[in-house]
Design a protein around this ligand. Structure first.
Ligand SMILES: Cc1cc2nc3c(=O)[nH]c(=O)nc-3n(C[C@H](O)[C@H](O)[C@H](O)COP(=O)(O)OP(=O)(O)OC[C@H]3O[C@@H](n4cnc5c(N)ncnc54)[C@H](O)[C@@H]3O)c2cc1C
Ligand code: FES
Length: 279
């Protein structure tokens, strides 16, 4: 059992928790993820390592409440326990040879992007961050990004905070203004990452995307997380989650991500009713 050491609500649909998991904290690196189960009959869900404290033995997770399991997790209180917390899984973010990087995060993808931005900052790289949200109420982690970015641009779809528009606007402007990024790293909804790649590709700016397909075992055995990258089948859990954005078949990934929509809807309704019953 793994103790929830702290819990903080970041916005009405996003929660941050520190979980006491010293072995995971000891080995985790930016870009990796864990798989947890809230209770013994629960489903396994992957969440990115959003930070760690090796001394305190804690691992930070930031999750959006989107369905059955994230609802159950969010119902847990500080001091309570979750059943399993397995990791670190996947490959750490690659940092070799990168001196200037642009991190592009969208929505809760910013939680996954933050430890990557922090890692580059710690290594002394120049970090430009562009973070986008639908509106001001959904904004998360602005102060944390400020602290690790040489330049931060906040975008909202409706203009209620920062600049109005999508993240690709300032990215294109920066590239055209001559910012020579060694790498653009983008993390967020599939459609956003697809458009980030469409923005950088004509300029030949190397672009890494963080893929988040459905995962089951997280160890390369079930094939649930397969993607086509450069015409070859890859498993996001062991070969990724980061891939060369120019090589990813986004249309296939988007079609596969909807494959379980009906089951997910049923689980959401079941857990919603369970939680209502508990209150
Ligand atoms: C490597 C990786 C890292 C991730 N990191 C984060 C993170 O840091 N924060 C965050 O909020 N979300 C993250 N996700 C997505 C997160 O796993 C899903 O939001 C979660 O599984 C939803 O479960 P649910 O039962 O609440 O929702 P459901 O209603 O079951 O599903 C809602 C949506 O979540 C996704 N999803 C559902 N089950 C899985 C699964 N087993 N594996 C992958 N995706 C699933 C699907 O896109 C689905 O449409 C990550 C996914 C992957 C693959
Ligand atoms: S989650 Fe099973 S192979 Fe990747």
């Amino acid at each position: 059992m793994y103790k929830i050491v702290s819990k903080r609500v970041l916005n009405p649909t996003v929660t941050m928790m520190d979980i006491y998991a010293p072995l995971v904290a000891k080995n985790a690196e930016a870009g990796q993820f864990i798989i947890l189960r809230v209770d013994k009959d629960g489903e396994r869900i992957p969440l990115t390592v959003a930070g760690y404290d090796r001394t305190a033995g804690t691992v930070k997770i930031i999750f959006q409440i989107v369905g059955g399991t994230t609802m159950l997790l969010n119902a847990k209180k500080e001091g309570e326990f979750i059943e399993d917390f397995v990791g670190p899984l996947g490959c750490a973010a690659k940092t070799d040879g990168i001196k200037k990087v642009c991190i592009v995060g969208g929505g809760v993808g910013c939680a996954i992007a933050l430890p990557v931005a922090q890692k580059f900052h710690e290594l002394g790289c120049e970090v430009h961050s562009i973070i986008g949200f639908r509106n001001k109420d959904l904004l998360i982690l602005e102060e944390e990004f400020k602290a690790c970015s040489d330049k931060l641009t906040v975008m909202t779809d409706d203009g209620s905070y920062g600049r109005q528009g999508v993240v690709t606007m300032p990215l294109k402007e920066a590239i055209e203004a001559g910012e020579n990024y060694d790498e653009v790293i983008t993390i967020g909804p599939l459609i956003m990452m697809k458009f980030v790649v469409a923005t950088t590709k004509p300029y030949g700016v190397p672009t890494t995307v963080s893929m988040n397909p459905i995962m089951i075992d997280g160890t390369g055995m079930c094939g649930g997380c397969r993607l086509t990258v450069g015409g070859k089948t890859k498993f996001a859990c062991v070969d990724g989650p980061d891939f060369d954005g120019f090589e990813v078949d986004f249309d296939e990934a988007m079609a596969r991500s909807n494959a379980y929509a009906e089951f997910e809807q049923r689980a959401r309704e079941k857990n919603c009713n369970l939680l209502k019953g508990a209150n």
